[in-house]
Design a protein around this ligand. Sequence first.
Ligand code: F6P
Length: 413
Amino acid sequence: MSDSYRIIENTLKNGVKRIGIMTGGGDCPGLNAVIRAVVMMADKYGVEVIGIPYGYRGMLLGGDYFHKLTCEDVQGIIEKGGTILHSSNKDNLFKYPRRNKEGFEHDENGKLIYDNFSETAVQNLRDAGIDAMIIVGGDGTLTSGRDYSRMGVPVVGVPKTIDNDLRSTEITFGFDTAVSRCVQAVESVRTTGEAHSRVMFIEVMGRNAGHIALHTAISSGADVVLIPEIPYHFDKLVAELRRRLERNGTAIVIVSEGVTPPEKGAYSTKIVEGSPDAVRFGGVSGVIADYVERALNADRDENGYAISEVLMDVECRATNVGYAQRGGVPTANDRLLSTRFGAFAVKELLENLVPDEKGNFGRMVSVQENRLTSVSLEEVIASSTMIGNQRRVDPEGELVQLARNVQISFADE
Ligand code: F6P
C-alpha cells in the first residue's frame, strides 16, 4: 500500500479533522518552514490546521486568537526567520505566575504565586474543534506538551533549539543556521583583528552546552575554544594566546556563553522571573577578554614590550554574536530538516494515532541514526528537571579530538 493510501485510510479511522499548531520557547530559524510543511501536508489529506499564536498564552486566550492557516497563509514563509505564530518562553499554564499592577505577585516569603490554567486551555481547544496538537518547542515547551497529552489531548512535539542539546534527537533545526551565522561573524572579526594585531573573543550561544562553539571553532579555524564541558585554566589560556600572538600576530577565541569567568563573582547572569529555565547568559567573553588583556600586558620583557617590538601592548576585544545567530534567513539544511519534521509530525497524527493504555497519545519527532522516527514524550521528558534531557559535548568525542588535532586549544592542557 502506498504511503498516501495508508495515511488516508488511517485518517478516516482516527477521525482527525482539525490540527492545532503552536510554537513555544525561544525562536529558532526554521520554525516557519515547519509551520508551512504542516499546513501543506495536512491540506493534502483534507485536514484543517488552526494556528495558535503567542505560544501557550494563545491557548489560554482561545476564541478569536485561534485562526485557520491556509496554503496561501504559508506562501513564501519557508525562507523567513522568526515564527508567523509568535512565541513565548514564559507561559507554562500549569504553573502560571500570578500578576498584579506591580508585576508578579509574591507570597509572604517572597516566592512567586502560581495558578494552573491548563483546564481552560484544553477547553479552548475543544471549543475550537481541535482534535490534536502539534507543539514546536524545546524542553520547557515539550514538558507542557507531555502534560497536555496526559489530559487527553493527542500531541506530537517537534523539537527545536539552536543549541542542539536535546538527548532525544540527534539533531534539531536552527543549529546549522546558528553555526553559519557565528562562522560568518568570525570571518568579519578576523580581518579587523589582523589589522590591529588584537586577540578577538567571539561569544556564541548554547547555554550549558558547547555545541555551537565547538562547531564554530572547527569551521572557522579558531585558535582557542572555551566550552562549559571542558573547564579552562586561565594561566594556560594566557600562555596559549601569547604563543599564538608570537606566531601569528593575532588570535581568535570562541567563547561559549555558559563558561565561567576567571574569578568568582566577576560576572553575573540574568534571572528571568517566571521562565521555566530562568538563567540567561551573555557577556562573559568581555570579562575574560579584560582579564586576558591585563595578564598579557603584565608580563613584559626588559624593553617593556608585551610580545615583541611590534606588539608592544596587547589589545583584546569581545564581540557577542547574540540574537543575530537566532534570527534571519535559515540555511537550506535547516529548511530541509524543518520541512521533514513538520510533514512527519502530521503523518504521525494521521497515520499512527494510537492512544496508550491510559488513552493518551504523546510523541515527539526525532532523528535516530540519521532517520526520522518518533519517540514517546513520556520518555523524552522522563525527568522533572530539564537537565535530564540535555546532551552536552562529549569531552572524549570525535569533534573534540578533531579540534585538538587541528591545533584548536581548549586551554585545559
Ligand atoms: O536556548 C536557545 C537560546 O538561544 C540560548 O542559546 C540562549 O542562552 C537563550 O536561548 C536566550 O534566551 P532568551 O531568548 O530568553 O534571551
